[in-house]
Write a protein that binds this ligand. Sequence first.
Ligand SMILES: *Cc1c(COP(=O)(O)O)cnc(C)c1O
Length: 350
Amino acid sequence: MKIDINKLIRKNIRELSAYSSARSEYKGDARVFLDANENAYGSPLKKKYNRYPDPLQMKLKETLAQRKNISPAQMSIGNGSDEIIDHIIRIFCQPGGDQIITTPPTFRMYSVAAAIHEVGNREVYLTDDFQLNLPYIFQSITPDTKVIFLCSPNNPTGNLFKRKDIEELLNQFNGVIVLDEAYIDFAEEESLMDLLPVHNNLILLQTLSKAWGLAGLRVGIAYADPDVIDVLNKVKMPYNVSAATQELAIRALQNGDAVYKWIRQIREQRGRIADILKTFSFIKKVYNSEANFLLVRVNDAEGLYQFLLSERIVVRNQSSQPLLENCLRITIGTPEENELLIDALKKYSQ
Ligand SMILES: *Cc1c(COP(=O)(O)O)cnc(C)c1O
């Protein structure tokens, strides 16, 4: 289904003429750049960073395009996908009236970004098996609902949502659906990227922060219809991704072999640790995970959390989220780190 995206965009954003940076205005092969007030003498570093970076990160997009089989015109790069979440709210949601829908327990950044912009957040909890509650989502949609944020595999529950549920929402909802696939590399199923040509109201988010091991660099990617991408590029800060980040991300993407090996190892460890965790009597449930973490329900989450801290092991207590009373989220570490966790759990059980 194709919807009229222009109608969804806030009027002031639709009418905004983007800041035109020196580096985006001149496209030719100049001899001398005296247009951007840079320091032509160099940088006090071995490598020079005295020139502003490419605002549209074309080389990085072309490198991604080869991997993903998708055109650079369908990509916007953010300083982490967190930044793109903020951009999406800015573009589609009028402060003080418009709303988003989120499906807790889920990633908290969507509601934080909405709150920053004074945008309402209708929470439609997941079902007991952590799937989308479609009837309640449909009931909660009002004319002011502009964006629905979904996360699959979902953080912190670790499961994938059903493809047919997501497709049904895409078909029925006259707004934007954001599908955050931060953990898709660890999942059994493929990305829903194949839906992009069919649904111009879908924005897929991926990141180099998780499987790609580049959380410190800050690279998030939105994949969407070129018209949506144009608006994302218009509202972003012109130089939101540094030259160093762009160079390193390209180099990393050209060296993906280690990543695939790690993904296999992380998935193996995930299964192995899940089996061990199930043997502890104070662990009530280990949820199936399609991500690089395990969600576990325990007798006393706060007690176990504090005990692990005393062993200098940090996990995440998710008990404050709906449906997740006494739940901890444990990231899969290296085999050595996982052993330390298991040793600590044995000590706790004594
Ligand atoms: C970690 C995570 C991100 C990643 O954000 P970046 O800003 O790209 O590091 C996005 N969404 C979810 C659900 C996450 O868990």
